[in-house]
Ligand binder design. Sequence first.
Ligand code: NAP
Length: 528
Amino acid sequence: MTDHDVVVIGAGFAGLHLLHSLRGRGLRTHVFERGSDVGGTWFWNRYPGARCDTPSLFYAYSFDPGLEAEWRWEERYPSQPELLAYLQHVADRFDLRRDISLGTTVESAEFDEATDTWRVRTGDGAEVTARYVVTAVGCLSAAQDPRFPGLDGFAGRVLHTGHWPAEEVDVSGLRVGVIGTGSSGIQAIPVLAEQAGHLTVFQRTANFSLPARNRPLEPGEHESERRDTPDLWEQARRSPAGALWNAGDEALVGADPGAVRAELDRRWEFGGAGFMTAYTDIAVDEKANDVVADYVRDRIQDIVDDPETARVLSPHDHPIGTKRICVDTDYYTTYNRANVALVDLRESPIERFTADGIVVGGREVPLDVVVLATGFDAITGPLDRIAITGPGGSLRDKWSAGPRAYLGLASAGFPNLFMVTGPGSPSVLSNMVVSIEQHVDWIVACIDHLVADGVSRFAPTVEAEDAWVAQVNEIADMTLMPRAASWYMGANVPGKTRIFMPFAGGVGAYREICDGVAADGYRGFARD
Ligand code: NAP
């Protein structure tokens, strides 16, 4: 008999929901979590300004109406402290903590062919066995820490947004440098600028950012939205991105230019990523995309006082939306502050760190604190960190030329292993919580079915996996997505194979495919 029926790796949104659901099916489940508390993404990303840019109405579990009714979100978009408090509340409300080992990193998982079980080894040297392993490690949890020359000799403090300290970091009066202008940098920069004595932003690639227009929620606002749309969750689950963005149903190309301008103005003023769903062809037609990109570049020129700074901040090297769109509060206006400077790393790359700062273009920028907002080894990175070995070899080796997984849920050659939001699923192109719930429901029903049928080994066939990977690529190629050197493509990690990793066909379509696979007796999987 194994120690557990199921071992879950990670106690963020996915791991907590898995534990609750698997337990509900009578399965002996244990969760290992590397952090010292639950929360996953929202435990680690505590940098100033950290906030989700999916509205709080949708960025929450839908599986328990009681939980939904009792939790009050304070703002249009949930902040990191609020999200962490929510997940801590979920852990307590469902009495989950007794089956979670905190501060425990899973180092390896090895499949034992003699018993068809997994041996899971943790950083403290302990080993447990389980019939199933489910990874709930998140897509953006392996931080990228570039090794700049001289970094170790820097006398100041170096922080990464992806593993920010729990205690408050006070930069009052200090000279702060931020490297990176993705979503994390763009959220942190305005908050740091208010506190720092001086802030220097080191930008390698300009990114498109949209105003969030965050605000406190009116009392009862969510309740009335739910009353007005009783099938809100069902609509979100069947939607392209797992949340309702009031998507337009017309193409931009061919539309009246005045009407397009008015619609983009309206959406800009309303705020949020719904701006990108104004027309049906923005993600697939270069002409439509150019109109929207020009609109945002015009807004940057309007907002930023110094024309040269505005020029450097205006993205020109990728279609809008092909790198993850950023959503900000006061990002561009921050460059109008007297204590903020922008360094264009394309013109003046980082040469080295010294004890006192960073040398760019032959001059030293003196700094007390450097914030690395340099992102993550996305999607595959968190799985790569665990030595996962199946009967035929390691997952790292199998994926060295790019990840291969059937439905993004399981990988051929790795029996009884499931992945929540793995490569080849909508994951990072969607509202993660809705996608997580879909995977959790599918995986839990599948394991339940396997246990009832007395199945010992269950894994996708190579043929099914190959066909799925081909389909994921075909769909990506129908969009402008592969045009950008994005983390979706693995392009941000030196040496990583470039392949578009998520499924771009939409959350609703993907759900139907997964449901169809299950209804067909788990088509594409082999069992012993
Ligand atoms: P990111 O989008 O990958 O941005 C990293 C930034 O660091 C980029 O500007 C990148 O430049 C720069 N960079 C990386 N290595 C560098 C180097 N060696 N030298 C100079 N610059 C370097 O990472 P992120 O901002 O942490 O965001 C990652 C994802 O997390 C987001 O896209 C989003 O999905 C999620 N996220 C969401 C939220 C939210 O919901 N509000 C907030 C934060 C993060 P290049 O572009 O040139 O590579």
